[in-house]
Design a protein around this ligand. Sequence first.
Ligand code: CA
Ligand code: CA
Ligand code: CA
Length: 623
Amino acid sequence: MRANAFDDLSPRERPTRLWVSRAGGLKEAVTVAVTTTLAMFLVTAPDSAAAATEPGPRWARLATSEVAEDPEVARVIVKYRADSPLRRVQSTPSPEGAGTTPAPRHATRLSQTLRAPLSDGRVLGPHTQALRGQGLSSSELARRLSSLPDVEWAVVDERRRIHNLPNDTLFADNQRTATPAVGQWYLRAPNGQAASAINAVGAWSTTMGTASVVVAVLDTGVRPEHPDLQGKLHPGYDFISLDRSGAATTANDGNGRDADPTDPGDWTNANECSPGERASASSWHGTQVAGLIGAATNNGAGMAGAGWNVMVLPLRVLGRCGGYDSDIIAAMRWAAGVSQNVGTTAVVNVANPYPARVINMSLGSQGICTAAYQEVVNELRTAGVTVVAAAGNDTGLKVSVPANCPGALAVSGVRHIGSKVGYSNIGPEVALAAPAGNCVNLQGTCLYPLLTTINLGQRQAGANGYSDGTDYTVGTSFAAPLVAASVGLMLSVDPTLTPGKIREILQATVQPFPTSRPLAGGEDPVPACRAPDTRDQLECFCTTTTCGAGMLDAGAAVARTLALRPAPQPDPGASGGGGNTGGGSGGGASGLGWLIGLLVATLALHALNRRGRRRGRNTGRLG
Ligand SMILES: [Ca+2]
Ligand SMILES: [Ca+2]
Ligand SMILES: [Ca+2]
């Protein structure tokens, strides 16, 4: 079987354009054949300049705490009406001194009114104070206070924590010179505009990932000289064998398997891959996937990778017109450390010094999960390696192989608002959904693509840059690496997590799918997704039996991982507030408990890797 990359660059796989609405004022162009005018990429020069002027701190925005609210201890902030009778009985002197309005301290009187024990907290202003209560939740106290005639408003006094925001110039919203204007929208917390954003920012409050966690990218190779991948790539390997004729037409690097996974380009001529198929420019697909997972982050330039500090192991398995299962499976086993065999016909052992705990496979084609794939998925699962695979871009048909293999973590693609994106495949095999990029409009630049690292060369490699609103990145190929990176962050918090536990946590912490969206005049209603068959299925509202358990929430998944982590929790006495508890370079509260936990976890990871390598040697000799 020949497998293809799931991107927007392979017109042979699907129609050129899919329209979500046929009514007047088309609302969504799900373009699955990218333009080939790569020379029009925009973002190149500003990065170094920005790095010089914007080396700013990574600490900035406040975020809602993941710390669970104690249901018996209520904290609220309340503002009283200026004409409240409570103010006339006020007797407490103002902390702001004579001549100012008396401080509002009404806990005693409100305790009687609400029949709940309350105590005064800080005074925030002439009419505003904090209140604490016992025996009810914060939200309940706020609700009951809000109903009183004396109260203008009452809100929960939330605990907030720092968010680690990277200073990469393309990360931010409201881009002035680059497109999409929303920057790396898909990494932020979900909001009204982008319900499917994965909340990597929330995850980074806990961990920025550790370099000991390796995510393998089985793809077209990588452009290792890309400035935003510097220091983020392990050596990897090129698993593309020579063609049967002995030629290196598929490999395109002049030889068969070799130790250099550099992507030489996968351009094709018309009719080269199949009759009637158009010529295509090089996709640089592996470079795009690698950047989403592990672009150099907080380096003041370019983009941020969802996995921040996690490392990428590039394995080259797809060349011109795709690649063969035999090479892909060999790369899966070598990446995981269960095999050292890099030979094509005879066994040639070369150890992988950087065994991966996560394998990203943004590739495949329609068909059943073959015995060959099922066996290797099972083998990797037993070895503690999570296989993340894209559902495929066949316009809502069944999930492709290998994503449909039981045990693989299949990822479907949703639009920025959370509905299924037209091109994404669906089915009961899908574990969860993640944003895959969508354009929304038919004219102008694409509004919600997944900006990432790419090369700008048409055929051979040229300058390095980023995909943008003109030459845009959309496809389930790019949803899967967001999940793979999130798994990398989870493993950074707890390296002892098994693939089964990882799936369980991811599915338990998803955001629910939306069930409706506003429709423009004359626009057809968007249906609920149905079980896939042989008919196309464009935009639809996801169900848990079609697009997975829900939408990836990396922040919640990492928080859940931290809560379940068996190792000692961070020393609660180390600081007053909730600090950064993760690995990486960020610092924050790092108690002795955390250090012990990290040590235990690191030893566990090494033991796992050693076990994997031992098993690999045995298997490799058996061929
Ligand atoms: Ca080669
Ligand atoms: Ca090579
Ligand atoms: Ca960067």
